[in-house]
Design a protein around this ligand. Sequence first.
Ligand code: M6R
Length: 366
Amino acid sequence: EKNGYEHFMLKEIFEQTQSIKDTFRGRVVPASKELFLGGINEVIPKLVEARRILIIGCGTSWHAGMVGEYLFEEFARVPVEVEYASEFRYRNPVIYNDDIVLAISQSGETADTLAAINLAKEAGATVLGICNVVGSSIPRNTDAGVYTHAGPEIGVASTKAFTAQVTVLTMMAMLVGYRKGTLSKEEYEKHIDELACLPEKIKSILDKSEAIKELSAKYVDSTNALYLGRGYLFPVALEGALKLKEISYIHAEGYPAAEMKHGPIALIDEQMPVFVAATKDKSYEKIVSNIQEVKARKGHVIAIVTEGDTVIKGMADHVIEIPETLEALAPLLTVIPFQLISYYIAVLRGCNVDQPRNLAKSVTVE
Ligand code: M6R
């Protein structure tokens, strides 16, 4: 069932051209410039009026939630808190009965996320889910929700489920923002058109997998790695680091690039690979200076850049060019090279990528 791929993880990374289409199906309609999310249609008015949204998840799903925070705050101008389910449930959180609690989970079975949902329900909040496994416990325990439809994800490291979660969050934030009037018709339609272009763009990144494999080989013996990004790409840096550590056992940390000088910069030397998500957006100039700071300390910079970028190409040790897209959609593209890099490094290190040590696909105990 691996369809000729060596591992499920690789198969699932490559499936993203299709899985994202499955997430769109019947929901993104470029011809009429419309979006539909049947599962939450009835709660859209509540989302439009919401004073705040609490997003809850663990691991990769929490990273998707972080992207969701940027999306909802930008498009729908509603304050968002992103919470680790395990912390939320045990710290006596303040939950208002007009809060919207949005739980994100691939498996729909994560114990802490489920417990956090129950707490939110007891407090009278409206609880929504974004899950992949149809009929799992979380969708059964929420008021409404949206399935990601990414298809079964077997590899322990989440890949296509993440892009599907971010896609759903993007659609939700767009819908709420448009209904609310905080996202203009023009921007709304521009994002619908661009969403429809993503599968092709993902394909063009996957087409570079041989080159990505070659550069990954250079970092097989690293013992540490840093991942940097700003804005929408900060959660992608966190996700890149998690992917590397869980399957290759290389210690990796994700940071918002500007935080580097508040500590992690002390770690940089000629042994340290620094993976930077540095596509063209409003913080581009800033990330260019962060790259210079790394180079000044002899770190190795591997940068994901927008096609045609010459500035970073002149500074970084390696660049991976990806197609241009809208800033809010950039996580869906920039994460792909990071997934591939961790996969190839782990394989070259001889690791069991589909079933890394000490990890389970679904964490049903706390
Ligand atoms: O099934 P869930 O999305 O609730 O799982 C959450 C985490 O356990 C999961 O994302 C984990 O961090 C993955 N191994 C990440 O690749």
